[in-house]
Write a protein that binds this ligand. Structure first.
Ligand SMILES: [Zn+2]
Ligand SMILES: [Zn+2]
Length: 225
């Protein structure tokens, strides 16, 4: 178990800028703060507009959390590639979907870091091929994703991260407000998120109880668009 004072970041969250989600960035921030997260990465599909909007909102409407550095908003993106979906963190500009290696080069050009999203998921896009071949290319693996429905898939990812000496990340993959904070990445307050992942000093924790409401919200949202 990680010590109590460790920071807790939910590193996978969608907003209405993803076709499968309807939650506004304002509501996402409100809920993340209410659930006492120390950080949240907004990782919309192939898009960073929602994350940038949230960053502005945090500065102007959630001044207390922003000025006391109580909460960090990480501009992220869940980028589709031919091998997997990549979660990128600390982006300045949007990266378009494409070839796995080319996308990683673009992530590096921005000084950002990346983790392979839900590598062993069954019903969505897991990693195609052998992860050990790309271990020098990525910083981490998503070792806990609350939307992984098959038991053991998160544990498989965590074991692989340990075997390949990769960093660990975790996130709720929230598409509805109720899911935010269901999984988080834990690390010492003496480290930054980047360092914690790169130095393999981040832990993962979460619950994969799947909310039927979340599913319904995604389905409805897709139909509306
Ligand atoms: Zn995904
Ligand atoms: Zn996602």
């Amino acid at each position: 178990m990680a010590p109590e004072n460790y920071k807790r970041y939910d590193l996978h969250c969608h907003t209405r800028y993803s076709a499968c989600s309807m939650q506004s960035t304002r509501d996402v921030l409100k809920v993340a703060l209410k659930r006492n997260l120390s950080g949240l990465a907004i990782t919309d599909h192939n898009q960073i507009a929602g994350a940038l909007e949230a960053q502005k909102l945090l500065r102007h409407e959630f001044k207390e959390a922003f000025s006391r550095k109580r909460f960090e908003l990480v501009v992220g993106e869940e980028i589709l590639t031919d091998r997997c979906e990549l979660l990128a963190y600390y982006l300045n500009g949007r990266i378009r979907p494409g070839n796995f290696y080319e996308v990683i080069d673009k992530i590096r050009e921005q000084g950002a870091i990346c983790s392979i999203a839900h590598p062993y998921t069954v019903f969505r896009k897991g990693f195609r091929g052998d992860i050990s071949e790309v271990k020098s290319k990525v910083d981490g693996l998503e070792c806990f994703n609350s939307r992984n429905l098959i038991p053991g898939r998160n544990r498989m990812a965590e074991k692989m991260a340990e075997r390949l000496s990769l960093g660990k990340t975790a996130g709720s993959d929230a598409h509805s407000l109720i899911e935010i904070g269901r999984a988080y990445t834990l690390f010492s307050p003496s480290l930054s998120l980047k360092k914690a992942i790169r130095l393999r000093k981040a832990f993962v924790q979460g619950t994969s109880f799947f909310s039927p409401l979340g599913f319904v919200a995604s389905a409805v949202s897709k139909r509306i668009r």
